[in-house]
Design a protein around this ligand. Structure first.
Ligand SMILES: Cc1ncc(COP(=O)(O)O)c(C=O)c1O
Length: 253
C-alpha cells in the first residue's frame, strides 16, 4: 500500500491501461459470447441503484419493490407471472441457489438421508459441479442422445431415492440445445423429484425466437413439474453485466 493517496487522474489513467487490454462488444470482434453489449438505458438504470443493498430491504424499499416487479415480468416471459425469486450476479449463483433450495427441501423430507445426489445432463454448465461441491452432494451425469440433448433413459436410470434434484438445460452453453423438458417433467412428477431448468442462456432468446415464428420446444413454468428456472438478463437480454435471475414456482422457507 502507498502512504499517500493518488489523484483521480492517476487512478483513471491506471484503470484505462487495464481497460485498453479488453475486447469490446461494440468492436464487432467478439463472436462467441452469450453476454451482450448493455443497452444505454440499462446502463443508466444500473447506475441509479448502485448503493442499494437488498441484504437490507427495509432500507431500500423502492429497490425491493422494483425487484419484485422484475421477477414478476420475468415470470410472465416464462409462463407464470406469480413466481418468487431474486436478481443476482449470474447463472452460477442462480444455479447454486436452486440446488440449495432443492437440497433443503429434500433434507426436510428425508432427514436421515446422507448421500444426497443431483442428476444433471453431461452438457450441464460447470456451475452444477460447484453447487454439488459446496453443498456436499454427489453429481450424477446423464448421457446425451445423438442430438446432444439429455437421454431420458439415462436420466431415468440415474434417479434414485437419494436424488434431491434433476436439472434440464434450455440452451446449452456450447450448442444451445434444449432438453426435452416436458418428458423430464413427467419423469420428475412420477418419481417425486425437484426439477430445475437452467435457461441462463435460452431464457432470453427462446421465447423471442418463438415469437419470430420458430417452433422451439416448451421449457418453462407452463410445464407442471418445473420448480425453478435460471434466466440471465446479462445473456442476450442487453442488461449490464452482472445481472442474473433465479425464479421459483413456490416460496420455500
Ligand atoms: C447454461 C449456462 N448456465 C449457467 C451459466 C453461468 O452463468 P454466469 O457466467 O453468469 O455465472 C452459463 C454461462 O455461460 C451457461 O451457459
Amino acid at each position: 500500500m502507498e502512504d499517500k493517496g493518488r489523484s483521480e487522474t492517476e487512478i483513471f489513467d491506471e484503470l484505462h491501461q487495464f481497460k485498453t487490454k479488453d475486447m469490446t462488444h461494440r468492436s464487432g470482434k467478439i463472436l462467441g459470447s452469450m453476454c451482450t453489449c448493455p443497452h444505454p438505458i440499462g446502463l443508466n438504470a444500473f447506475k441509479m441503484f448502485l448503493e442499494s443493498n437488498l441484504g437490507d430491504p427495509g432500507l431500500f424499499k423502492g429497490t425491493q419493490a422494483m425487484e419484485d416487479e422484475v421477477i414478476s415480468s420475468l415470470g410472465e416471459l416464462l409462463g407464470e407471472r406469480d413466481v418468487y425469486g431474486h436478481i443476482i450476479t449470474g447463472g452460477t449463483e442462480a444455479n447454486i441457489m436452486a440446488i440449495r433450495a432443492a437440497r433443503n427441501t429434500f433434507k426436510y423430507n428425508h432427514p436421515d438421508c446422507e448421500d444426497i445426489n443431483i442428476v444433471v445432463p453431461k452438457s450441464a454448465h460447470f456451475s452444477f459441479k460447484k453447487a454439488a461441491d459446496m453443498l456436499c452432494l454427489d453429481l450424477l451425469e446423464a448421457e446425451l442422445d445423438e442430438n446432444y440433448r439429455v437421454d431420458i433413459n439415462s436420466l431415468d436410470e440415474l434417479i434414485n431415492e437419494n436424488t434431491a434434484a434433476v436439472v434440464a438445460i434450455a440452451g446449452t452453453t456450447e450448442l444451445g440445445k434444449i432438453d426435452p423438458v416436458e418428458k423430464i417433467s413427467e419423469l420428475c412428477l412420477e418419481r417425486g423429484v425437484y426439477l430445475h431448468v437452467d435457461a441462463a442462456f435460452g431464457g432470453y432468446s427462446i421465447p423471442f425466437l418463438n415469437d419470430m415464428g420458430y417452433d422451439l420446444p416448451n421449457f418453462d413454468f407452463r410445464i407442471p413439474g418445473v420448480c425453478s428456472i435460471t434466466i440471465d438478463p446479462h445473456k442476450m437480454g442487453l442488461a449490464p453485466i452482472p445481472t442474473g435471475g433465479i425464479l421459483f414456482r413456490k416460496k420455500l422457507s
